[in-house]
Design a protein around this ligand. Structure first.
Ligand SMILES: Nc1ncnc2c1ncn2[C@@H]1O[C@H](COP(=O)(O)OP(=O)(O)O)[C@@H](O)[C@H]1O
Ligand SMILES: [Mg+2]
Length: 330
């Protein structure tokens, strides 16, 4: 039977499907629907174009750090977490590290404590470290893990103090030649990656709150950018992506702000010295430089607010945000 002979009233449009013709329970294509429509060819093209990147990253570790500054908007967070789920399903071993700076400052304010920072590092006394633990683990980590696990088992949440896997000592910080007491801010001594590798081997995304502990049981707050570089190095990550609330490193040029697409380690140091990179951006560039020096292939600072910026960065040749490179010639 020719399709054309099917009466019009037998055509059934199924929700979300192509309009099709039915006769005696059999479905037929319409004449104009035998070749896939252009929109589908476009989708296939996008998939094929991402193949080289999927090949490059499949089976490799990508460490993604999300800052507290980009967590304010739930729909934005959900969209970003869904991007990570996609990355996981194409075989990338995603390790998610989160800070929670804004939320910690918010809770401290509620308790009448003023947050204090030195070069982007939070001064953390005993009371503050308890607030940091509560906010990072009870609110942020559990929120991310339950979102990821709401459809199927996708994530396992932990902090670096669990099993003492991020071993710390008290950070000695020197500013302008003088030692500054940052309180319970941890300096990473060593990271036992076996627990993270176990989670990855189970095809789960480790979601890590940036706490660490020493062998006496003291818990420390570790700057999340510093922690991301420590973990990237220890895990031999291919790429480290620091996602934040700005599009990348910016510089004022001719009265306007421009996003820098690529910066070398030396240029970054120069910008810090000139005060062009300040506050929370300092630990980020330092984290990128350390990671590059110790074997991580690529480091990026990009927006966690612009939808799908991480997918554009990984699966296309379009640069987004700022890539920090180790060598001047790169
Ligand atoms: N040169 C710079 N370019 C962009 N942002 C900068 C620069 N210098 C300082 N910053 C600040 O760094 C902030 C990001 O760090 P931070 O607030 O700690 O975010 P996160 O929570 O993601 O760690 C930006 O919102 C911006 O205010
Ligand atoms: Mg920060």
């Amino acid at each position: 039977m020719k399709i054309k002979k099917v009466k019009k009233d037998k055509a059934i449009k199924m929700p979300g499907e192509n309009s099709c013709l039915r006769n005696r329970g059999i479905e037929y294509y319409r004449d104009d629907d035998i070749l896939p429509a252009r929109e589908y060819m476009d989708k296939v093209k996008v998939l094929l174009e991402s193949l080289p990147y999927i090949k490059q990253y499949s089976g490799r570790i990508v460490v993604v750090k999300i800052g507290g500054s980009m967590m304010e908007d739930d729909s934005n967070m959900e969209s970003m977490l869904n991007d990570l789920v996609l990355m996981k399903y194409v075989g990338i071993k995603v390790v998610l590290i989160h800070g929670g700076g804004k939320q910690i400052t918010g809770m401290m304010k509620q308790k009448g404590i003023t947050a204090k920072f030195i070069d982007g590092l939070r001064v953390t006394d005993r009371e503050a470290v308890n607030i940091v633990r509560t906010v990072l683990m009870d609110e942020i980590n559990s929120g991310i893990v339950s979102f990821l696990n709401s459809q199927e088992e996708l994530a396992a949440g932990l902090s670096g103090a669990d099993g003492n896997f991020i071993n710390c000592s008290k950070k000695i910080y020197i500013k302008d030649g003088r030692e500054v007491d940052l309180g319970f801010v941890g300096e990473i001594e060593y990271i036992d990656t076996s627990i993270i590798k176990d989670i990855l081997d189970r095809s789960l995304i480790p979601v890590i709150a940036t706490l660490g502990s020493d062998s006496c049981g003291n818990v420390y707050n570790i700057n999340a950018d510093t922690c991301a570089s420590g973990l990237s190095i220890a895990l031999g990550a291919k790429k480290m992506v620091l996602m934040t609330d700005v599009d990348g490193i910016m510089e004022e040029i001719d009265g306007g702000k421009r996003i820098i697409s690529r910066l070398t380690a030396r240029q970054c140091i120069n910008m810090i010295e000139k005060g062009k990179i300040s506050s929370g951006m300092i630990p980020k560039v330092k984290a990128c430089i350390k990671a590059l020096n110790e074997g991580v292939e690529r480091t990026h600072i990009l927006s966690g607010i612009r939808p799908h910026s991480i997918l554009v960065e990984i699966f296309t040749d379009k640069g987004v945000g700022t890539m920090i490179t180790g060598k001047d010639s790169e």
